[in-house]
Design a protein around this ligand. Structure first.
Ligand code: ACO
Length: 325
């Protein structure tokens, strides 16, 4: 047992200003607002403007999270950025954010688990805090998926958006009741046999290009519902918590039908499932913290609540994390 726990000291998010509606998309490809809403629940998405990169969104989300925590970059000793759309192949987006925040101390690195990146990041940062390797960490999920979409493929280009969300995760004494429970349990999984169902058809080693996202949508859908439900059950069981006792579920925002499918499978009240998919679309690793920020801002998630985060993405990768916020 570690003498430390990791608590969520602050949260923040950032969405690029420009908005692309379903009607805008219907001007570009053979689709309709009706089809997109009915199949996904999405009505619009935010898209980064030219010259606005993943690191820019990440830095803004990080600044908001530090402000919420009452901390400055001087206090932060670790930056982890979960992203699949880094500014460059290298250096990591985390080091670019570190420089943008004016930090010349600490360590920074990226985590790549596609849409599950934030859950993987919670797991990694929690472990590092418990091992005494960080006191105040910035965990950022940041993406510009608009840059890897095939804008002529109606089956994929309607699903994604850009954005960033961040948590400040701080070390507290494991027996300090005043700081809240923090990360209670987390569970991550992957199964590389399914990598051809959701992937990008380019990369530095194989093609020397960036490539475009490709997906077998209905296969992904089927796996996502089953695997997310199982991850939530495992994560709850490991913590000795009944799913009925969880106050809020903050899922990766891929598709309203996936959110509904998981809630139905687990017998969870859909009113406890936070959804931002209508206005954010799928922002990959950014979607969980952005949904958390939205639910805190509108007064649903409050300090002391028991919150389950969960996600599923390319690889396949998936996982869940239970927090006492
Ligand atoms: N507008 C109009 N028609 C479309 C569009 C579109 N944007 N996209 C596909 N279609 C058509 C297809 O061409 C097909 O036409 P056909 O029958 O003439 O061949 C028809 O709609 C049905 O296509 P399906 O792919 O079977 O449609 P489905 O009901 O499975 O819905 C969707 C597609 C929304 C992608 C769904 O499979 C899905 O949500 N899958 C989950 C995948 C997901 O969310 N991925 C995100 C990344 S992974 C993650 O984050 C979990």
């Amino acid at each position: 047992m570690s003498s430390f726990k990791s608590v969520i000291a602050g949260i923040g998010g950032y969405l690029p200003e420009s908005v692309l509606t379903n009607e805008d998309l219907a001007q570009r490809v053979d689709t309709s607002d009706e089809w997109i809403r009915a199949r996904t629940g999405i009505t619009q998405r935010h898209v980064a403007k030219e010259g606005e990169y993943t690191s820019h969104l990440a830095t803004k989300a990080a600044q908001a999270a530090m402000k919420d925590a009452g901390l400055t970059a001087d206090d932060i000793d670790l930056i982890v950025v979960a992203t699949t759309t880094p500014d460059l192949t290298f250096p990591s987006t985390a080091t670019i954010v570190q420089e943008a925040l004016g930090m010349t101390h600490g360590a920074a690195f990226d985590v790549q688990a596609v849409c599950s990146g934030f859950i993987y990041g919670v797991t990694v940062v929690d472990a590092m805090i418990k091992a005494g390797q960080a006191k105040h960490a910035l965990l950022i999920g940041a993406e510009t998926f608009s840059r890897i979409l095939d804008w002529e493929d109606r089956a994929t280009c309607v699903l994604f958006g850009d954005g960033a969300g961040a948590f400040v995760m701080s070390a507290a004494a494991a027996d300090d009741d005043a700081t809240g429970k923090g990360v209670i349990s987390s569970f991550i999984r992957s199964d590389g046999r399914h990598r051809d169902m959701l992937y990008v058809d380019g990369g530095p080693s194989r093609t020397q290009t960036v490539g475009h996202l490709r997906m077998l949508g209905n296969q992904v859908f089927r796996h996502a519902v089953t695997d997310i439900a199982a991850a939530i059950e495992t994560c709850s069981a490991n913590a000795g918590v009944e799913t009925a006792d969880i106050d809020w579920f903050v899922p990766h925002q891929a598709n309203q039908r996936i959110l509904a499918g998981v809630a139905k499978k687990l017998g969870v009240d859909p009113g406890k499932v936070i959804s931002t998919v209508a206005t954010h679309a799928n922002t990959s690793a950014a979607s969980v913290p952005l949904a958390f920020v939205a639910a805190k801002a509108d007064g649903r998630i409050k300090r002391g609540d028991l919150v389950m985060l969960e996600a599923f993405g390319g690889g396949f990768t998936w996982g869940a994390a239970l927090l006492g916020y």
